[in-house]
Design a protein around this ligand. Structure first.
Ligand SMILES: NC(=O)N[C@@H](CC(=O)O)C(=O)O
Ligand SMILES: [Zn+2]
Ligand SMILES: [Zn+2]
Length: 349
């Protein structure tokens, strides 16, 4: 049987939610991933270091027995974020990044940043203390086409932040376009990009061809085939500026399968199998470890994991549930639309 052995992976962009949903989904991440950058877009959001400390405890309490998992906490940037609180959060070791959601850009982002000028003092302090900024890179202007929102954000906002504070380290999260990939490739320093599992697999046809398919709807929205190809190339290139952020974002089925469905795709449970499939297709299995386990820690200044993960290619396709039953309700699992033959070998411990 074909096998590969990699350092245990991390997920550099993850939504765990709270309460019954948190308890229902966390095991799917902690089974495979050692650490994850935890998104702060709860209701209400994780705004202060005290909020993050309380949320971290709720996550730790929800980890299934026998799993080893470290949540890496973030703060949700608002127009009123206090630079001193951010600095204290960083110095205490708790806060690993601050997240910028343009107000209204995505799920639970109405409290996000309206005026970049107001955020500047916080961003300057972050650069000073060496704290990374994670951005949801889409503008929200109604005139801008939803498929162009990432490109316009880069041109009008991201470039401006980078010119005003070149020392600030910025993660362009869930890059979805060739424009985004090229922008990262053209930058000489302090910019990296996370890439999701699903954007390596679907283009926008998955959402719209043959009927509207809400379980492929996420933000930033999947784009053209040429964008997917650019993302595949970047992810499998071995370039250290690109790493995995699954953006696994659970919503109960009732919130997706309705007249105004939520954005988000749930991939925690089958991400490693999907990625091994993609990397094998691209003749880049030897670069999977860099993407999932090495580039992210280097970017965030953290050690790589000591433990290893073995992936094995089985004759029989992997069996995984189509839905995860959580205390909050059922959550549909990402369907890559092809059988998965790569499986994570259960560790003996
Ligand atoms: N990616 C998504 O489509 N949804 C995320 C928010 C986000 O990451 O933009 C969510 O919280 O549901
Ligand atoms: Zn986002
Ligand atoms: Zn997200």
């Amino acid at each position: 049987m074909k096998t590969i052995s990699i350092r245990r992976p991390d997920d550099w962009h993850l939504h765990l939610r709270d309460g019954a949903m948190l308890s229902g989904v966390i095991g799917d991440t902690s089974r495979h991933f050692a650490r994850a950058i935890i998104m702060p877009n709860l209701v209400p959001p994780v705004v202060t270091t005290a909020d993050a400390r309380a949320y971290q405890q709720r996550i730790l309490d929800a980890i299934p027995a026998g799993h080893r998992f470290e949540p890496l906490m973030t703060l949700y940037l608002t127009d009123h974020t206090d630079p001193n609180d951010v600095e204290e959060g960083k110095k205490s070791g708790l806060i690993k990044a601050v997240k910028l959601y343009p107000a209204g850009a995505t799920t639970n982002s109405h409290g996000g940043v309206r005026d970049l000028d107001k955020a500047m003092p916080v961003l300057e302090r972050m650069a000073k203390v060496g704290l990374n900024l994670c951005v949801h890179g889409e503008v929200t202007t109604p005139e801008v086409d939803i498929f162009d929102r990432e490109a316009v954000f880069i041109e009008e906002k991201l470039d401006l932040i980078r010119r005003r504070i070149p020392e600030l380290k910025i993660t362009m999260e869930h890059v979805t376009s060739k424009v985004g990939v090229d922008y990262i490739l053209a930058s000489d320093q302090n910019l990296a990009g996370s890439i999701t599992t699903h954007h390596l697999i679907i283009n926008r046809n998955a959402i719209l061809v043959g009927g509207i398919r809400p379980h492929y709807y996420c933000l930033p929205i999947a784009k053209r085939e040429r964008d997917r190809q650019a993302l595949r190339k970047a992810a499998t290139s071995g370039d250290r500026r690109f790493f995995l952020g699954t953006d696994s974002a659970p919503h109960v089925d009732g919130m997706k399968e309705c007249a105004c469905g939520c954005a988000g795709i749930y991939t925690s449970i089958n991400t490693m199998s999907c990625l091994a499939h993609v990397f094998e297709e691209e003749n880049a299995l030897d670069r999977l470890e860099g993407f999932t386990s090495l580039h992210g820690p280097a970017w965030y200044g953290l050690p790589v994991n000591d433990e290893m993960m073995v992936l094995e290619k089985r004759d029989e396709p992997l069996v995984y549930p189509a839905k995860v039953e959580t205390g909050a309700g059922p959550v549909t699992v990402f369907d890559p639309q092809f059988p998965l033959h790569w499986a994570v070998r259960e560790s003996e411990s």
